[in-house]
Design a protein around this ligand. Structure first.
Ligand code: HEC
Ligand code: HEC
Length: 345
């Protein structure tokens, strides 16, 4: 007993000496701490997890149908691709490629954005050309550079031959005469996408847990506010609520080295005031959804932050501010719901 007791004391002392990142970090002056929390709460709102268990049996069936479609390669002409080929849950709803190969191995000109929390944005696509995830869902199925289905009839005939779909569409959409239609496909996929919500450490902080994020991340929020990022990147999704010119200062390709000059919204509207206007992307899970910008031209998040300073706020960001903003961005990395992943076959 005599020898064990000091040993226990020693173990106790050593275990407390373990360098715990948070406890060794300098804490903020309480007044500054309050100011940062206050501004965070005025510009951002917390995300709430999607509670699948609390949904009605009908709703759950619709989500399940949407999920099956999302993971079904029959939605592409040569059956090479499903939605998850470019929006992979293991890669936070993207493919981490600058541009994605389509069903016929052709490449488009735009980077695949994440499907996580996408429905919370004011519009879909880099040029904001579709409003909701339901409006959006048929686009990639018939898109030349995506799933490349030739026409509606081919798609509906193909799905109509699958027993599961005949049964499931009838159950989920009993009020529609022909159960499998483009509209019901869009509704089901949209229902699944609306469950893809990823609460993160920032949300616990916004709800008042001061220890949920590090001091550096808090200083990152301050740097984000002080350097003028908020007018475009705020609310629950830290962006995704408007379209803006890229760049306000200079030309984006001078910063990104883009080889293809994409005119953004102008390509759809032909309105000169829409030239180089792009949707301000959401920044939830931004650490994981590299590469960055509409053409995936920038690999590093650090570089993307520095470019934003030059291009959108005309500020050469201080190194320390960039470091802290990076830490803040990491607090936006959330938990993807388990049921969102493909079922093991
Ligand atoms: C070949 C790759 C590819 C496939 C397959 C694909 N997508 Fe996409 N997705 C993209 C690209 C690229 C964009 C951006 C296009 C643009 O902005 O013009 C996009 C955009 C989106 C967006 C808009 C997100 C935002 O923030 O603007 C959603 C939602 C989406 N896709 C869902 C789907 C669904 C559902 C499917 C299956 C039916 C699908 N995608 C299949 C590549 C793909
Ligand atoms: C005037 C509006 C505006 C301001 C201010 C602004 N941004 Fe952006 N941000 C955008 C737009 C538009 C894009 C998309 C550009 C593109 O790819 O076409 C973007 C893209 C980004 C991206 C890349 C997202 C992705 O998914 O590829 C990051 C990171 C980012 N902004 C961070 C910041 C930071 C940090 C600041 C402050 C220094 C800031 N932004 C200020 C409009 C703005």
């Amino acid at each position: 007993m005599k020898t064990i007791f000091p040993l226990i004391v020693l173990i106790f002392i050593f275990s407390n000496c373990k360098t715990d990142k948070k406890s060794t970090e300098k804490s903020l002056d309480p007044k500054l701490e309050q100011i940062i929390l206050h501004s965070a709460k005025s510009y951002f709102t917390p995300l709430e997890a999607y509670e699948l268990n609390k949904q009605s049996p009908e709703k759950k069936r619709m989500i399940e149908l949407g999920k099956t479609l999302f993971y079904d390669k029959r939605l592409s002409n040569n059956q090479n691709l499903n939605c998850a080929s470019c929006h992979d849950m293991k890669k936070y709803g993207t493919d981490n490629l600058p541009l994605s190969p389509g069903d016929n191995y052709k490449f488009g000109t735009r980077n695949a954005p994440t499907v996580l929390n996408a429905h919370l944005q004011y519009a879909q696509f880099w040029d904001a050309r579709e409003r909701t995830v339901e409006d959006q869902a048929a686009g990639p199925i018939f898109g030349n550079f995506e799933m490349d289905m030739p026409d509606t009839t081919t798609l509906l005939d193909r799905l109509g031959k699958v027993d599961y779909y005949n049964k499931a569409f009838k159950e989920v959409f009993p009020m529609v005469d022909t159960f499998i239609t483009i509209e019901t496909i869009k509704l089901a996929i949209g229902a699944f996408e609306r469950t893809l919500i990823t609460p993160a450490p920032i949300d616990n902080y916004l709800k008042g847990d001061m220890n949920a994020i590090s001091t550096k991340a808090k200083l990152g929020i301050k740097a984000f506010v002080d350097n003028g990022c908020i007018p475009c990147h705020s609310t629950t999704t830290v962006g995704g609520q408007m379209a803006q010119k890229f760049s306000l200062y200079g030309y984006y390709w001078d910063y990104t080295n883009s080889t293809h000059i994409d005119k953004g919204k102008y390509e759809v509207t032909q309105d000169p005031s829409d030239k180089f206007v792009f949707k301000v992307p959401q920044l939830r899970n931004i650490e994981k959804t590299y590469p960055y910008f509409h053409d995936g031209s920038v690999d590093s998040l650090r570089d993307a932050i520095i470019i934003m300073g030059k291009a959108e706020t005309n500020i050469r960001l201080k190194d320390e501010d960039v470091d802290n903003i990076l830490e803040f961005f990491k607090t936006l990395t959330g938990k993807i719901p388990d049921y969102a992943f493909e079922k093991k076959k």
